[in-house]
Design a protein around this ligand. Structure first.
Ligand SMILES: NC(=O)c1ccc[n+]([C@@H]2O[C@H](COP(=O)([O-])OP(=O)(O)OC[C@H]3O[C@@H](n4cnc5c(N)ncnc54)[C@H](OP(=O)(O)O)[C@@H]3O)[C@@H](O)[C@H]2O)c1
Length: 238
């Protein structure tokens, strides 16, 4: 699928992995909408680095903000050919689960991507475009007891990916990229970083660019839909 000159929206695109995905799509010649919630300077810097790009603000837990975001991006940069759902939270939710932690995770990992896809669908249909949901390799085995709400909501995003791949075919492809240990939270200690990759077959952390290159490959492909590609050093086969 041709990406050059076409429009992409990357949620959570100001920093970290989202930023790297935005830069990689920019390097393919795409016009990139760099979404952020609370990182205006980083979003503006990412857009400047890409060149043909603009920053856009929205809180994706707010339904009206999502409609506004898609409207603003479309009127500034045109219909989307590529939508990347990368915005996320990663916070502990140990048992007993609180309603608030559950709802925060479902809101950002399941409800927001569904609403974004719904709002962007008419343009994606015209463009015969693609949605790439950034999931987590843990989705297929939601086995972190201290992060139940995160694991379950990411498994829900995987299910949404597969379900919408059927519902939106043949005009729109829907795929997922499931990273493993790629970029630790800023407050991870050295021993937490070591522990995270001890049982990974490739025994090292991945890089944001490993994820971004998988996103570009799936976005480019014309004949892949409903698939979720793990970029996890082999963790999900153990
Ligand atoms: N890091 C890893 O190793 C890893 C591993 C597996 C999966 N993943 C997945 O890969 C993706 C990127 O990971 P990451 O670690 O770079 O993500 P991250 O730093 O946890 O979050 C990315 C961005 O999400 C945005 N966000 C959070 N809540 C939002 C809301 N209510 N509305 C709008 N935006 C919101 C934040 O934007 P602002 O800064 O503008 O507020 C944040 O910068 C995520 O989907 C993550 O689950 C990452």
């Amino acid at each position: 699928m041709e990406l050059r000159g076409k429009t992409a929206l990357v949620t959570g695109g100001a920093k970290r992995i989202g930023r790297c995905i935005a830069l990689a799509l920019g390097a393919e010649g795409m016009r990139v909408a760099v979404h952020h919630r609370s990182s205006p300077e980083e979003a503006a810097a990412t857009a400047r680095e890409i060149g043909d790009a603009l920053p856009f603000q929205a809180d994706l837990t707010d339904a009206a903000d999502i409609e506004r975001l898609v409207g603003e991006v479309t009127s500034s940069l045109g219909d989307l050919r590529v939508l990347i759902n990368s915005a996320s939270i990663f916070e502990p939710s140990p048992w007993p689960l609180t309603d608030e932690a559950w709802e925060r995770n479902v809101a950002i990992h399941m409800t927001a991507p569904m609403r974004l896809i719904r709002a962007a669908a008419p343009g994606l249909q015209r463009e015969r475009g693609v949605v790439v949901n950034i999931i987590d390799a843990v989705w297929s085995r939601p086995s972190w007891p201290r992060h139940t709400a995160y694991c379950v909501s990411k498994a829900g995003l995987a299910a949404l990916t597969q379900s919408l791949a059927r519902a939106l075919a043949p005009e729109i492809r829907v795929v997922g990229v499931a990273p493993g240990a790629v970029l630790p939270p800023d407050d991870y200690s050295g021993s937490q970083r070591d522990a995270a990759v001890r049982r990974v077959p490739l025994v090292r952390w991945g890089t944001p660019d490993d994820v971004a290159q998988a996103v570009v490959a799936l976005a480019r492909s014309d004949y892949i839909t409903g698939q979720i590609l793990a970029v996890d050093g082999g963790q999900s086969i153990c």
